[in-house]
Design a protein around this ligand. Structure first.
Ligand code: AMP
Length: 262
């Protein structure tokens, strides 16, 4: 087993069921390899927040075309919402799916991911929550080829459904900086984040929506990872649950696996 030279790492993917315990592993990769965290979930929540701030409380179903499996054109959405803010429109689209525990359609997710990945020059990223469908995997591989970039490896964080449900219901997040807390394992002091904002429960952290996300993972996200594996990207599996959840154990549980690839 040899040390991994951070200069050789371009991008890494961290995948796993929502609530499996990806965040502590992402923190290790960010620190070890000097990477930045790019989370499509955080991006969608950012737009969703803008939509909530805007304060529209009508029915969102009127914006969705079930036959075409697409939203109605943006100018019609703008008219219905009473604003031509693109952020609010995107926030509405995110909310429509995120709040149901369903994946946002590929045509929206891929476009959004492409623009955020490009901001960082398609390099030095830990991709979190993307790709999550085989179609997204295909899109990502094309994007990497076009920009002469690569994914070095995938870290799959493994955890059982029942443990995830138990953990996730007690998860709290900071709406300002995105930091993640847990009422038992990592309680926020006086209900506040280190940055001072009051922590909240994610709107999709209810049992019903968690089960829906777990189903989406099996149906779509696992095949997405298998697609990348079939295209030659190495994968290591690390346990999301550790008997002793110390910083050292977390670090070793991932780094020992990563080192086996080099
Ligand atoms: P996460 O924070 O990664 O659990 O993502 C929260 C929610 O954002 C998911 O349940 C989806 O509704 C949406 N989302 C995030 N990433 C993706 C993606 N790659 N494809 C589709 N939907 C996504």
């Amino acid at each position: 087993m040899s040390e991994v030279n951070p200069d050789n790492i371009t991008n890494v993917i961290v995948s796993g069921k929502s609530g499996a315990g990806k965040q502590p592993r992402i923190d290790v990769l960010v620190e070890e390899f000097g990477l930045e965290h790019l989370s499509t979930g955080d991006i969608f929540r950012g737009y969703l927040g803008k939509f909530n701030e805007y304060g529209y409380d009508g029915d969102l179903e009127i914006f969705w075309n079930d036959d075409g499996q697409r939203f109605i054109p943006d100018d019609k959405i703008a008219h219905g919402l009473g604003t031509d803010s693109e952020d609010v429109t995107l926030g509405m689209k995110a909310k429509y799916f995120v709040d149901k525990g369903l994946f946002v359609p590929d045509y929206i997710t891929n476009a959004l991911f492409e623009s955020y990945f490009a901001k960082k020059n398609h390099r030095n990223q830990v991709l979190d929550g993307y790709p999550r469908t085989p179609e997204q995997s295909k899109f990502l591989l094309e994007l990497l080829e076009k920009h002469d970039s690569k994914i070095d490896f995938i870290v799959l964080v493994d955890n059982s459904d029942e443990r995830i449900i138990k953990r996730t219901i007690k998860r709290r997040i900071c709406p300002e900086c995105g930091k993640v807390y847990h009422l038992e394992y990592k309680p926020p002091k006086d209900g506040r984040c280190e940055c001072g904002a009051k922590v909240i429960q994610r709107s999709d952290d209810t049992e019903e929506k968690i089960r829906s996300r777990l189903n989406e993972f099996k149906e779509k996200a696992l095949p997405a990872i298998n697609y990348l594996k079939d295209n030659g990207i190495p994968i290591v599996t690390v346990p999301g649950h550790l008997e002793k959840f110390t910083p050292e154990n977390i670090r070793n549980s991932i780094m020992n696996e990563v080192k086996t690839l080099y």
